[in-house]
Design a protein around this ligand. Sequence first.
Ligand SMILES: *Cc1c(COP(=O)(O)O)cnc(C)c1O
Length: 419
Amino acid sequence: MPMSGEFKDRLFPRLPEIAAHFGTPFHIYDEKGILETGAALKRHFSGIPGFREYFAVKALPNPTILKLMQSMGFGFDCSSRAELTLARKIGAGQQDILFTSNNTSQADFDMALENGGCILNLDDISLIPKVPVMPETICFRYNPGPRRTGNAIIGNPVEAKYGITHEQVIPAYRAAMERGATRFGMHTMVVSNERNYTYMVETARMLLTLAADTEDALGIRFDFLNIGGGLGIPYRPEDTPLNLEAMGKEVTALFKDFEEQRGYMPALFMESGRFMTGPHGVLVTRAINHKDTYRRYVGVDACMSSLMRPGMYEAYHHIDVLGKDSSPADPPVDVVGALCENNDKFAVQRPLPPVEEGDLLIIHDTGAHGHAMGFNYNGQLRPQELLFHEDGGSSRIRRGETIEDLFATLTFQENRLKP
Ligand SMILES: *Cc1c(COP(=O)(O)O)cnc(C)c1O
């Protein structure tokens, strides 16, 4: 079940007016849905006093959305200087930002340590001497390698570029201690878009075991364990959603066991992106053309500059045609944009009700890794973003790009190196 029936019932009757007012195309995000998912996350992990979600900024890097996260007490997982800048602009402080970069540059470190710093999550042991000033709290990203299997999306941990190996764990924390770190966290992320919650339970178990072993070897305690993001959402109508309640119960039980054996309970951090916002956003686009050749095509006024996932991963995004029954009456169609790439298709051979020019198409589940992954190849522009409020009103929270935006980098200082 993609977009919830409840969101649909609130949004669809208003869509003609919203489209007429703001123009198409646009991504629109459901404030109510995001707040409800955040509340559910907090509720199901309330048995772990230190639980905190650090929203993965890359999923939906819009300041208005980040403020919603902030209102729920969430922090931010940033992995680039731009993401750090966004989080700080809305007032996120040192304890509110996790910096989970990889292949980290000196410029990244410098910015991460500005403004009182943040929680540094180091991706490699070789980076320890490169941190300009070792902060009090340090975290390492752990890659279990052959000890775990990832899922189909994230691939085999042995082939993943992220994290330190099992053998590097104790030397890494020891080296950080020698440079002055006194508080510790441990992070991992082994799956992506995984709806089987038992993966997350196994991840928590793995980190708790490793934390205990590291504590025994070095005499350090872990302030927090971070199980990463990767909680999946149902993109297809027949997909079953992740069982958050069962995940919360089982992970909490593991943390309670740890507390009984060790006399303390570390905090649990999570950095969900997709799960927090994915189902709470849709891309609304208007049908502008029809084409009957070897296949049937519906041309819309958005293209893969607004949503890369179908073209890039052949990802399924459910599509509704506003005001038309979802039972298909026509032969299947390809829903296409205007980019000169044949994978610029939102759907391939999709059974849809008959689409007429002027119809509004609603492409589901674009609230995470949607607008954010957009790009400008072929001079295509990224669309505006809107927020659908609880009271039924809507606000623009980012304007659409203009052609002038594309040319901004063509204004520069002359610079010629003489031969
Ligand atoms: C992308 C990413 C996330 C968020 O992943 P989701 O699948 O959106 O939950 C979290 N942590 C890190 C380090 C990431 O790179």
